[in-house]
Design a protein around this ligand. Structure first.
Ligand code: NAP
Length: 306
């Protein structure tokens, strides 16, 4: 079978595109690598900026999106795409996976992004033994303990807010002297009595025996170093796009994001990009969902021209 559209990835952008595709009466298949739909939403404790659903859990929102798509008849297949090729002068796209091939007239890439690392000694060694990239997943293990969050963006501040509810003490270690996060989140965090900010500070090393016991800190302003005792280090220093399968196929920007605007159109006709994987100003659930709607209009225009 040749589908009208195959969507790779099932975060908010992919699921929104799937809903709009089926409502446009296109034959659509979603290929997802993980066993759960929702992408990064699954690791978000609380989504407080999705209109109409204040305070909804990210996991719950992911389930709702998936149920909505399934109710409209979208089919899902749990498999990892390894390579994308073209046939018939590019009119048919072939998606190679570990087990079989799938064919479609158009492909929508919605693979999202993943957590960046610090790249310091001890980070890899203690991953899962005190080093975590997901406060909502692992925070409960650190109830009543002292932890640090590294980073100054929305994710870092959200993580610190979440951890401050259960941990005895939360250090926020940031390499500059001001946060990048939304002002409202910043204000909330500054009101937490058990949160302390360590400005202009970098983690130079993570140390311990079986588990994390301390971090070596480097102050960027005065060059001083100190050891801080703690039991958990939550790293929230941004994301990297999951563009591995298309690096030789599509034009990417200097940070590795697929160059595409709101219409999702890439340099390759018939291949579209939506959500966190494409170049954009604001990576949010609501902007990902918007991408999903816009791209189906582009897909329809493309198919009508064929
Ligand atoms: P981000 O906004 O890129 O922030 C990354 C933070 O990590 C920055 O403060 C950055 O410092 C710091 N950083 C980067 N590399 C570092 C390194 N090697 N060592 C130390 N610090 C480093 O990333 P994010 O917080 O993951 O957010 C990504 C996107 O998702 C954003 O658009 C954000 O708005 C969105 N998001 C939204 C929500 C929400 O609305 N509820 C929640 C989470 C994420 P500098 O500030 O000095 O660059």
């Amino acid at each position: 079978m040749i589908y009208d559209v195959i969507i790779v990835g099932s975060g908010p952008a992919g699921l929104s595109a799937a809903i709009y595709a089926v409502r446009a009466q296109l034959s659509v298949l979603v290929l997802e690598k993980e066993y759960m739909s929702g992408g990064q939403m699954l690791n978000t404790y609380e989504v407080d900026n999705y209109p109409g659903l204040p305070g909804i859990g990210g996991f719950e929102l992911g389930v709702k999106f998936r149920e909505h798509a399934e109710k409209l008849g979208v089919k899902f297949f749990n498999i990892e795409v390894r390579h994308i090729a073209e046939e018939e002068d590019g009119r048919v796209k072939v998606l190679h996976t570990s087990r079989e091939e799938f064919r479609a007239r158009t492909v929508i890439l919605a693979m999202g992004a993943h957590h960046s690392t610090l790249g310091v000694p001890g980070e890899k060694e203690f991953s899962g033994m005190g080093v975590s990239y997901c406060a909502t997943c692992d925070g409960a293990f650190f109830k009543g303990r002292t932890v640090a969050v590294v980073g100054g963006g929305d994710a870092a501040v959200e993580d610190a807010l979440f951890l401050a509810r259960g941990c005895e003490k939360v250090y926020v270690i940031h390499r500059r002297d001001e946060l990048r996060a939304a002002k409202l989140l910043q204000e909330r965090l500054k009101q937490c009595k058990n949160v302390e900010f360590l400005w202009d500070t970098e983690v130079a090393e993570i140390r311990g025996d079986d588990q994390v016991e301390c971090v070596k800190l480097h102050n960027k302003k005065d060059g001083s170093e100190r050891i801080l005792s703690l039991e958990g280090v939550f790293i929230a220093v941004g994301m990297k796009p999951n563009t591995g399968i298309v690096t030789n196929l599509l034009h990417l920007d200097k940070n590795g994001y697929i160059i595409a605007s709101e219409d999702g159109i890439t340099n390759k006709p018939g291949i579209f990009a939506v959500g966190d994987i494409r170049t954009k100003h604001l990576r949010q659930i609501v902007t990902a969902v918007s991408d999903g709607a816009n791209v189906i209009s582009s897909v329809e225009e493309y198919l009508n021209r064929q």
